[in-house]
Structure formats: C-alpha cells, structure tokens
Write a protein that binds this ligand. Sequence first.
Ligand SMILES: Nc1ncnc2c1ncn2[C@@H]1O[C@H](COP(=O)(O)OP(=O)(O)OP(=O)(O)O)[C@@H](O)[C@H]1O
Ligand SMILES: [Mg+2]
Length: 271
Amino acid sequence: MTTDPTPAAKAAPLTVRGLTVSYGAAPAVFSADMTVAPGAMTAIIGPNGAGKSTLLKAVLGIVPRLSGQVEVFGQPFDTQRARIAYVPQRASVDWDFPTRVIDVVQMGLYRQLGLLGRVTGRHRQLALDCLARVGMADFATRQIGQLSGGQQQRVFLARALAQGADLYLLDEPFAGVDAATEKAIIDVLKSLKAEGKTILAVHHDLSTVPDYFDRVFIINKSPVAEGAVAQAFTQDALQRAYGGRLAAGLLDQLFPQAQTAVPPAFPARPA
Ligand SMILES: Nc1ncnc2c1ncn2[C@@H]1O[C@H](COP(=O)(O)OP(=O)(O)OP(=O)(O)O)[C@@H](O)[C@H]1O
Ligand SMILES: [Mg+2]
C-alpha cells in the first residue's frame, strides 16, 4: 500500500456525510450521516424498506448517490476498494451458470491475483482454508446453485474472508439460516473483530443485537440513532424507527426495566 499511513490509520473505516439516494421521486435514503468505529461490530437496523441495503449499495457505488460524501479509512472510496469486502443480501444473486464453490471463493482473491493472474496451489489452499472457517470445506467442488440458501451464505462469507479486507459490509448475514449456521457466522465475525477488522452488518433480529454487536446505526430513510448499543439501542429509538411494526412483547423482552416505568409502548394516536 502506497498511501500515507499516518492520517489514514487513525481515520474511521467508513464515514458517510449527507447521503441521499433516490430510485424515483421519493428518496430511499435521506440525508444520512454515519461514522463507523474501527475494530467494532456495528448493526444497521430498521424496518423493511428503511434504506439499509440502499445505504450499503450507495457506499459501494452500486447505486448512484444523489448527494453525499463517502470516505473509507479517511480516503476516497475508489482508492480503498480492495480493503472492503461485501456480502450482499441473500437471493440477490441468481446462479444459473455452473460455478463451483471453490471458484466463488477464489473470486475473492482476484485483486491479489491481478487481471491475468493465475490461481496457484497456494491460492487454492487459501480458498479452502476460508471454506473450512465457515464449515464448508466438504462442499468445495459442488456447484454453488446446488447449495441451500444458508450454505450459499456461508460460501459468500468465505469469499469475503479470502479477500483479506479490513472493512466487512454484510447485508443480513443471518437471514434465513439455521441456528448452527448463525453460530458459525457469528463466530467468524467475532474472530475477524479479534483481528482488528471492522464489521458493519444489516441485522433484523433485534433480540440478538446486544449479544452480537458493539454499536448500532438505526435508520428509517433518515438516521434515527447511532452509537454504542448501551446508549443508542433504546426503546425510544426503536419506536421512532419501527413505529407500530415491532412484534408484540419484543420491547418488554428487550427493555424489561423500562416497561414498568413508562407508559404503554403504543399509546392511541390522538385524533
Ligand atoms: N432497484 C430499485 N428500484 C426502485 N426502488 C428500489 C430499488 N431498490 C430498493 N428500492 C426501494 O427503496 C426503498 C429502500 O429499499 P432497501 O432495499 O434499501 O430497504 P431495506 O431497508 O434494505 O429493506 P429490507 O429490510 O426489506 O431488506 C424501498 O422502498 C424499496 O422499495
Ligand atoms: Mg435490505
């Protein structure tokens, strides 16, 4: 890496300022500011359609920004691309063409290989090691389209691991996976964190936020709250983001103390 390490090393892995994204007339993300803390696991949470996937895609340049700046480790995104791994929301890739699991993981190596670089035994071993980390080594030669959704999810995580990134962007890594796969994935993410990597994951299961994550970014088109779980993951912030869409009893479960002290979660709306 030829960039000056002094300011970049101290900069936040990801900074978003004034981000607005629109697919049509109404913005999907409006005026979002976000600062992702280094070496932490941050959850992006919010209801369906809140703009969580759009936020990640706009950071990555997959969808165009109407306005806003994105910096990665204090530098423009384009210069830091190789330091970011992205695992898209499940089912967003249709594997009609035959591709083996090992080939998918080796795709994560292409920046190290260069355009014309050849996969050597060392690369293949690295890809196999990454598959082993997600418990999928036995599936290396299987066609990716012949795996279950949860198994595919593990393979995409292995591809992200192969990339050796510093910042991991994951869009609902636990969606539709069984308890064993969820455990396998969270263990891998925690080991990445232990290596000093930064993880930003869209996450739907509010009940596991305090266990899995250090920080939250709560959004409903515009940011609602951001910070350490203990400060920002509050009943008030969740109610502002989700309105009446929270499952009954969830707030009681998440905030048992608060329930005795505050009025009912959803008071009748004034006429
Ligand atoms: N390609 C697209 N074209 C038009 N509208 C889109 C497109 N992708 C997303 N949208 C709209 O933008 C809004 C935000 O979508 P986005 O996928 O970012 O939400 P999300 O928070 O990730 O939701 P979910 O929890 O369901 O994954 C939604 O209203 C959605 O319908
Ligand atoms: Mg989404």
